[in-house]
Design a protein around this ligand. Sequence first.
Ligand SMILES: Cc1cc2nc3c(=O)[nH]c(=O)nc-3n(C[C@H](O)[C@H](O)[C@H](O)COP(=O)(O)OP(=O)(O)OC[C@H]3O[C@@H](n4cnc5c(N)ncnc54)[C@H](O)[C@@H]3O)c2cc1C
Length: 356
Amino acid sequence: MPSLGSRHDVVVVGAGPAGLTAATTLRTAGLDVVCVEARDRFGGRLASIDGYDLGATWFWDGEQRVAELVAQLGVPAFEQHRTGDAIMQDRTGIRRITGNPIDAPAYRFESGAHALAAGLAARLPEAALRLSTPVTRIRLVSEMVQIDTPSGTLRAAQVVLAVPPALAVARIDFSGDLGPDLIRLAEATPVWMGAIAKVVAGYRTPFWRTRELAGAAISHTGPLRETHDMSGPHGGRAALFGFAAAGALGHGFAASVTSQLARLFGPEAAEPTTLHVQDWSAEQWTSPAGVGNLTDYRLLGHPRYRQPALAGRLHWASTETAADYAGHIEGALYAGRQAATAVLTAHAGAAEAKIG
Ligand SMILES: Cc1cc2nc3c(=O)[nH]c(=O)nc-3n(C[C@H](O)[C@H](O)[C@H](O)COP(=O)(O)OP(=O)(O)OC[C@H]3O[C@@H](n4cnc5c(N)ncnc54)[C@H](O)[C@@H]3O)c2cc1C
């Protein structure tokens, strides 16, 4: 039986960009905050290996919160390479399209999107970020929220749930305290890119650029539905990446990918120096079972997620709950700040009630 452990103003569940934003905002406001993270790393769907992004890659014009954070943290960013022609492939064959209608203007993080999470995490003291600490149960006990993890129990006046709603209700026992309507909404809310596999193929040089190809392709025949250039600045760390439906994975997947890339970009593409395949549907701390069946994207940012649950003590914060830019990093930052504001309002209200 875990002991009734430490008491805090706020416990934030999940150290992706939403949870880290909420935790850092609340800490700056002077609250005692602990952020608990299931994985042995922070960042969530911001996951980079050797500078290659296996989760989020881009941000776009108009995404003010990301742009501001990039500037504040001093995270170097650069423009997505788009120069050159694009490729279209369907059953009738492969066509070269003059220009690149596939890649919208976008920006990337020089050393990978994880740098954004690292910058946020660095604002928290070590003791405020607990890795390898999955939350298994959340319930109201004597006007506090009790948060159970395998390594002990935490108690807090407020909790921020910065985990995709469908995953939260699959992995965390709320002892019926959320109510059936909210549970049904959460169970049906898609996990952004949760049913997708991302494939990154590294090469010695960005050879497609010398043929005036952008690295952008749409394909209706191979496992990759679309590809883009994922090289570093000035073509260093050359790479192409693509998305596949997680259902396409299985025996022979890597060989199908490299032969598809060779058909699209030439024989050099058949022999990448590295090939990363990241199946997000198989990540137990991103996607619940059956994530591919969650397709009602109208539920993203549902107004119900802006109402606190558990007698006003639980605030939703993952990108899926954001009223704007839901799904994107921008949405995660938006939702994290919104939850922090709701916590601060509740905290101020409780302090006033005490004085009164
Ligand atoms: C392949 C892919 C490509 C993408 N491309 C882009 C892009 O180009 N641009 C863009 O803007 N966005 C993109 N996204 C989306 C972007 O990654 C998300 O919007 C963002 O990461 C969401 O942040 P979050 O904090 O809401 O959730 P997450 O990043 O998923 O973080 C949630 C955290 O909660 C933790 N957690 C889960 N359950 C528990 C538990 N029970 N207890 C404790 N911790 C728990 C998880 O381990 C995780 O660290 C992409 C996503 C994927 C998968």
